[in-house]
Write a protein of this length. Structure first.
Lengths: 366, 466
């Protein structure tokens, strides 16, 4: 090829790419939501004298162009593949894939965050609980606990985390569920555990809280929606869809569930949310601050208050089979200081059930 | 606006190319000036007026310096230009440094001005200063066309992070330059490779530096990993930017001088500074060092001159003591080399490599410190102070995760890749393959870099703060 021809080809191909993508950007209608990242995408920023002079318009415009760029998900995948396969980077934006499982490399241990969580829990204990309450603590390991060592990634010092939290939270009984769990109990593309694999965990918790439930009558159901978890979008790597399975039984079907945040009765499994952006939200309708589950077929009249994060949504229905009433509280969405307006703690078992992910990033606890 | 940003690549640049090549020759400088002002205002809407004032003063004093050539007034107008330009620089960049040091020395508590640093002020101030001085010296005629002078100062390819283009180097090109597919494709090649250096190497190594700086799990060799990563990061960041500037210049018909020449293959600090940020080094040489007498004075005065130049070089990079110490660190090494070290090093093969590696790594650790206390802590830790383990798991993890990029960067910082590519280009058969591959590789690189930009927001240019 003669140099002249090459120079023309270089110039034309460069121009075709930058003009082509800029015209596609202008012609493409703006997207409102990113399914892969589960977030609203930025729209064209407000143009005003003030926003221009302050520079806000320019920075917002840049963010807008990143969000609305044509073939955005495809480009993100290209980046993830180059980072992983060419540069051999061990994680992409803190997310890695090992043996088909996508996980966040949660590291390092944030001792201040653990102390903050302990302080929140101690505040609840001191303000609302007394000798009529039995208090339990149980921690759910994140996927990195199972994957980090064999894949050569960094991970929290889980032993230290548990020890610190137990020491800083006194007078509660720690229920160790780590030995019951393995990586198979988690979704490959999501943070969370699978409800169909944690009946043994629920059984252990109920057993330690001195109540029983019969899980032999549980029926496993499969959602007819492909499930792509939160790490699918964050990793931007091509990963297969999964299935969400959920348990039903005569007892679970009889539960009377109430959403105190919105003042509505609700279902254990929200089939509308199952069809939505994050099907895992089908379990107790996702992120709600306060829910009560009344079990009319309960074999006792015991009450349980569960302080939980999103992992609690899928296990709470199983725990509710052992209680007459379960109150599910998420203090990421409600202030701890106002709980006595909504929750009756008298004579209740109280379980603090949190994932290590939330404990290590506990600034969200109120 | 950053070159390595979606708004630049897919909005600004296409619009500018259409505008620039659509207008007749006589309007091209006007278009360059207007789009450059827009480019600057995008990041600094308020400070565009400061730059405009600098240009107007430079233009007027330039004409007056020439008009009164040989008379005292000429020198007076040069003084006005220098005082105003350096005054702006001193006020906007150094005022708080002087106030805080004055407060520390006197025990007073004068309030700090807390002025945001105008982007690129150090670069365009030095450019306009070189213009005024060159006109005074009679090296170039004063520019009569204000648009041409404004186009020179504001020209967006080199406006905010250099290279420091001398007016004398492009005065003729401002009046008359050629455009061709050859020059444009050469510019595109240079721009895309510069962008790749910035986005794929510099930004990635910058992430490693950030990870190191934010962790509490440090180890001795982890400090060394950081030092290596930062030295390569700043080289690829700054030389990548210079490549992009030179490439864009070529697209618009200009030939800017080179700014880097593989500095990491140097054997001495003297050589290193002949290869690193050459436009700044030559600026200080021509406008400070030689006017002070250079090396044609007594030994004591010579060394004094070296210390003055390197004090100013350090201070140019930032209004903080670690930059001054960084500059003086080089001054000490340069003086030692002139006294005896260079002769000794020339006789060695390995020692000179160890020496330059240590000098460069330590210098950039000082350079990137937030203050002198951190600089001392980091340099001390590299040599075992701080009671830290030699290695830890985190260091091994990040070494593994960034090994490929570090190796690519290390190899890319030498002429090996360029030499190999030139051999292939010059081969009879391989030359054809290279010619076919070149457009494919360039487009492929641009797609990958777009992917990196779309994916993340980690994209700061280091040299903007200067």
């Amino acid at each position: 090829m003669k140099n002249k021809l090459k120079n023309i080809i270089v110039t034309v191909s460069f121009a075709a790419l930058i003009f082509g993508l800029s015209v596609s950007f202008l012609l493409k209608p703006p997207a409102e939501f990113s399914d892969s990242e589960r977030r609203a995408l930025l729209q064209f920023p407000t143009l005003s004298v003030n926003s221009v002079l302050s520079g806000k318009f320019m920075s917002d415009f840049e963010s807008y162009t990143l969000d609305q760029f044509p073939l955005r998900d495809g480009f993100r995948t290209v980046k993830a593949l180059v980072s992983k396969h060419i540069f051999n980077q061990q994680d992409n934006n803190g997310i890695y894939v090992h043996d088909g499982y996508a996980a966040a490399m949660e590291y390092p241990l944030n001792s201040d965050s653990i102390t903050n969580a302990a302080n929140k829990f101690n505040f609840i204990k001191q303000k609302y609980l007394n000798e009529t309450n039995s208090i339990y603590l149980s921690l759910i390991p994140d996927k990195n606990f199972f994957l980090a060592k064999e894949s050569g990634r960094l991970s929290l010092d889980y032993e230290k985390l548990v020890k610190q939290l137990c020491e800083e939270m006194q007078d509660e009984k720690y229920i160790d569920i780590f030995p019951l769990l393995s990586i198979d109990d988690y979704y490959k593309t999501d943070t969370h555990w699978k409800q169909e694999n944690i009946d043994d965990v629920a059984e252990k918790l109920l057993d330690e809280m001195e109540t029983q439930a019969d899980f032999s009558s549980l029926t496993e159901n499969t959602l007819d929606v492909p499930f792509y978890g939160v790490y699918y979008g964050q990793s931007a790597l091509p990963l297969d869809a999964e299935e969400i399975k959920y348990f039903t039984s005569d007892m679970i079907d009889s539960f009377e569930v109430y959403d105190h945040q919105n003042g509505n009765p609700m279902k254990v499994y929200d089939m509308e949310k199952a069809q939505g952006k994050d099907p895992y939200e089908m379990f107790l309708s996702g992120s709600l601050s306060l829910i009560t589950i009344n079990n009319p077929k309960a074999l006792n009249d015991k009450n349980l208050v569960v302080f939980r994060d999103s992992f609690g949504s899928s296990i709470a229905p199983l725990l509710a089979t052992g209680y007459s009433k379960v109150t599910v509280v998420d203090i990421r969405y409600i202030q701890s200081s106002v709980l006595d307006r909504f929750v009756d703690f008298e004579n209740s078992d109280v379980l603090f059930l949190y994932s290590t992910l939330v404990l290590n990033n506990s600034e969200t606890l109120k | 606006m950053l070159f390595s940003s979606i708004p630049f690549l897919y909005f600004f640049l296409p619009c500018v190319l259409v505008l620039y090549f659509a207008v007749p020759k006589c309007l091209k400088n006007g278009v360059l000036m207007l789009v450059s002002l827009f480019f600057y205002a995008w990041g600094e809407p308020k400070y565009v007026f400061l730059m405009a004032a600098t240009i107007i003063i430079g233009y007027v004093t330039g004409i007056l310096i020439e008009k009164f050539k040989g008379k005292a007034l000429s020198k007076a107008f040069l003084a006005v230009s220098v005082i105003v330009d350096l005054g702006f620089l001193a006020y906007f960049k150094y005022a708080d440094f002087f106030i805080s040091n004055f407060n520390a020395a006197t025990g007073l508590s004068l309030p700090l001005l807390r002025i945001a640093l105008p982007i690129g002020i150090s670069f365009y101030t030095f450019q306009i200063l070189s213009y005024s001085i060159d006109v005074y010296r009679g090296d170039v005629p004063a520019q009569k066309n204000p648009i041409n002078l404004a186009a020179y100062v504001t020209m967006f390819p080199q406006l905010i992070a250099g290279p420091i283009v001398r007016y004398s180097d492009i005065a003729k090109q401002l009046e008359n330059r050629t455009h061709s597919f050859e020059k444009i494709s050469e510019g595109i090649r240079r721009f895309v490779l510069g962008l790749a250096k910035k986005i794929l190497i510099a930004n990635t190594l910058g992430e490693l530096c950030d990870v190191f700086r934010s962790t509490n799990e440090k180890a001795v060799l982890y400090y060394w990993l950081y030092a290596v990563a930062f030295a390569l990061h700043i080289y690829f960041d700054f030389s990548g930017y210079s490549d992009m500037a030179i490439g864009l210049g070529k697209i618009f018909g200009f030939d800017f001088l080179e700014n880097f020449n593989y500095p990491f293959i140097s054997s001495t600090v003297t050589e290193f500074w002949r290869r690193w940020h050459m436009s700044l080094g030559s600026w200080f040489r021509d406008y400070v060092y030689i006017p002070l007498g250079g090396n044609r004075v007594s030994k004591a005065k010579w060394f004094f001159n070296i210390f003055v130049v390197w004090l100013l070089t350090g201070f140019w990079h930032g209004a903080a003591w670690n930059f001054i110490v960084w500059g003086l660190f080089f001054a000490v090494l340069l003086v030692l080399e002139k006294l005896f070290l260079k002769k000794f090093l020339e006789k060695t093969k390995i020692i000179k490599r160890i020496y330059i590696a240590l000098a460069v790594l330590v210098s950039f650790v000082i350079f990137n410190a937030t203050d002198m206390a951190e600089a001392i802590e980091y340099v001390g830790a590299m040599f075992g102070a701080g009671n830290m383990p030699i290695v830890n798991a985190e260091m091994f993890y990040y070494l593994k995760s960034y090994a490929v990029v570090l190796v690519l960067a290390a190899v890319g910082s030498t002429p090996v890749v360029k030499t190999a590519a030139m051999r292939l280009y010059n081969g009879k058969n391989t030359g054809r393959v290279m010619n076919v591959l070149e457009p494919v590789v360039l487009v492929g690189l641009l797609i990958v870099m777009t992917a990196y930009l779309v994916d993340g927001s980690f994209n700061p240019f280091l040299y903007f703060r200067f």
